[in-house]
Design a binder for this molecule. Structure first.
Ligand code: ADP
Length: 629
């Protein structure tokens, strides 16, 4: 995934991207930015302090000893003070890096993900963008994190230059006394020569450094990193995959990847493109850059030494000027390096902004759904059709359906017939492509989104519980009503297991966070998810294949219980096991995105059609199965 020349950002665009990056940082972690800036400014200026006072001290000693002691005291105190300030700033900055800076961009991405329209979260493109951002970041801190690092480098470079200018002005302003054979050093030509040497050194050393650094930008390690993170982080660390890896000897893939790594055949090894460049042209360019800087230091030594010899200033000042001008050159070189780094990094900001700029397109109305005490809600699908973004097939086609609160509605049909899509539209995770969904006669888009969502408690087919205390999972919150949580678990059939748990509601699920956490089976997880639905007490309860992980007995138990405990709420069950839905008031049969039949079990099973065919096929399957066992 290399950038072609055409998609490379222009210089202006790169600067605009970078400035936006700085603005983002100022918003998400201003204190971290301030701490990093302070520590790097102090780091840049601190070495100048002893440089200045040592020069004064040496001059005093050579000049006959007057003022040596006060100067010595000034040197010691100022150096100690600079050291203390440096240590304090470093400690401050250290806490920022740990607590803020590193996590701030991730928090930003996380918040964006939570606030964007669900249809965009679900888009493979969004996930690909996020993966790319994370990979760039993990690979070498490219992207938003790099802006933070560059800001600190920028401050240091600028302060190096400021300090150096302050300490080296007198090198050029103090003249060699007239009559000295070295008085020609006062000529503007010499000044010009020194300036030219500085510019040449900075430009040449910077250019060599940039060319060397360019190898990083030219070589995109994303693909290598993707493989690395996949094999090492996902495949090896995810416990859920352990059984599959063994069953299919997938460790062969891992081993192959590992062996390739050892031979350096991967993107990161010594024989990789970047590894070879490091030993070859890239390394040579780096060495050349250092050599040019050192040659400039030699030139300053010569100039300052000759001026001191001519009597322009004391010998002690030579060290100061050399130190200051070397600092000046380093400051300029660093400045150029940061600018080139920012230029290269701007390319990595593209996916970051593409992600952050995903607009919220879903219309959000302002009507409130007002939790009605009579719980009178009526939902109607009016000629609803839907295509998933980026597809041209109809996942739902001309669906018309109406149901009142208090009903038990079953949505049945074969896999892929549109059942889950129907629920996603009902819960407004997506808006219909055509047609409309009405709540009490009003298009659901006109209601406040959060208000509307609060009407539903859903157990999705692929629901996930968190590695958090059991009670917090049930309440979906940290502070909760313990009696109610326990009651809901009891109603969902988890009571006996709860009684066995030594820490009860405080038992942590899974072991990601606590060694004493419990592993729960799929069936138990489903009961907890059902308890979560009950705890929410929303007027609509949606269960998408809620019993898929349960054995038939447990399934029957859940359904019988649930039918009682949903009370006056509307329950919508989705299942491809028809036997589970017999008790429902109304059954909608989906086929290829359409509702092909609707009615009670008794009428549907008597009518020729999809339901009867499915029923008979499944009855036969169960009979055969029961016959075998
Ligand atoms: P069911 O729940 O009945 O098994 P779904 O509602 O999940 O069926 O799927 C209906 C159709 O929509 C299927 O053809 C499926 O492949 C397609 N589909 C489901 N989810 C997506 C998605 N996120 N993007 C594109 N197509 C999808």
């Amino acid at each position: 995934m290399r950038n072609t020349k055409q998609d490379r950002l222009s210089f202006r665009q790169a600067m605009a991207y970078t400035c936006r990056g700085f603005r983002i940082w100022r918003k998400i972690a201003p204190e971290a930015l301030l701490a990093a800036g302070t520590v790097r400014a102090v780091n840049a200026l601190a070495p100048y302090v002893p440089l200045y006072f040592t020069a004064r001290l040496v001059n005093a000693i050579i000049g006959g000893g007057a003022g040596v002691w006060p100067m010595l005291a000034a040197l010691l105190i100022s150096t100690a003070l600079a050291g203390v300030i440096q240590a304090l700033a470093k400690a401050w900055d250290g806490t920022m890096v740990d607590s803020l800076a590193e996590t701030a961009p991730n928090r930003l991405f996380f918040e964006k993900l939570l606030s964007m329209d669900f249809c965009d979260v679900d888009e493979p493109k969004t996930q690909a963008l996020l993966t790319q951002i994370m990979q760039n970041n993990n690979w070498s801190g490219w992207g938003l994190l790099n802006i933070y690092g560059c800001f600190a480098d920028l401050v240091e470079a600028v302060m190096l230059i400021v300090g150096a200018v302050a300490l080296s002005v007198s090198l050029f302003t103090l003249p060699v006394p007239a009559g000295s054979p070295l008085a020609w050093l006062n000529s503007p030509l010499c000044l010009g020569g020194m300036a030219a040497a500085l510019v040449t050194s900075v430009a040449l050393s910077g250019a060599l450094f940039n060319r060397a650094n360019g190898y990083w930008a030219r070589y995109d390690g994303t693909q290598g990193n993707r493989g690395f993170s996949y094999f090492y982080f996902i495949a090896m660390r995810e416990r859920q995959r352990a059984a599959d890896i063994r069953a299919y000897a997938q460790d062969r893939f891992l081993e192959d990847a590992g062996r390739a790594e050892m031979r350096g055949e991967t993107s990161f090894g010594p024989n990789s493109t970047i590894g070879r460049a490091g030993r070859g042209p890239m390394g040579a360019l780096m060495a050349g850059s250092g050599a040019v800087s050192q040659a400039f230091v030699g030139v300053i030594y010569l100039f300052a030494g000759l001026k001191a010899l001519g009597g322009a200033f004391g010998v002690g000042s030579v060290a100061q000027y050399v130190g200051a001008l070397a600092g000046l050159a380093r400051g300029f070189t660093d400045l150029l390096a940061v600018l080139s780094q920012l230029r290269a990094n701007a390319e990595y900001l593209k996916p970051v902004y593409e992600f952050l700029d995903i607009p919220n397109r879903m219309y959000q109305g302002s009507l409130t759904t007002e939790k009605r005490s009579d719980r009178k809600y009526e939902i109607e699908f009016r000629d609803v059709s839907f295509q998933y973004p980026g597809t041209d097939t109809w996942a739902l086609h001309h669906v018309n359906m109406k149901f009142d609160v208090g009903e038990r509605l079953a949505v049945v049909g074969e896999n892929g017939s549109g059942k889950t899509t129907f629920i996603k539209l009902l819960c407004r995770l997506y808006d219909p492509t055509e047609g409309e969904i009405l709540l009490n006669g009003i298009d659901i888009r006109k209601y406040r989104y959060d208000n509307y969502l609060a009407l539903f408690s859903v157990v999705f087919q692929d629901f996930k519980l968190l590695s958090q205390p059991l009670g917090a999972n049930v309440a979906a919150a940290e502070g909760y009503d313990r009696v109610r949580a326990a009651d809901c678990l009891e109603q969902a059939g988890f009571g006996p297991r709860l009684a066995e748990l030594p820490k009860g509601l405080d038992t942590c699920l899974y072991r990601e966070f606590e060694d004493s956490g419990v592993e729960i089976s799929g069936g138990e997880a489903q009961k907890i998810a059902l308890a979560r639905v009950l705890y929410q007490d929303a007027p609509f309860i949606v269960l998408d294949e809620p019993t898929a992980a349960l054995d038939p007995e447990a399934e029957a138990e859940v359904y019988t219980k649930f039918n009682d405990i949903v009370e006056d709420k509307t329950a919508i069950y989705i299942s491809h096991r028809l036997s589970s839905c017999r008790f429902c008031d109304e059954i909608a049969v989906f086929d290829h995105g359409q509702v092909v039949q609707q009615g009670t079990h008794d009428t549907l099973v008597e009518t020729e059609g999809k339901y009867k065919a499915l029923w008979e096929a499944q009855a036969q399957y169960y009979q055969e199965k029961n016959g075998q066992t």
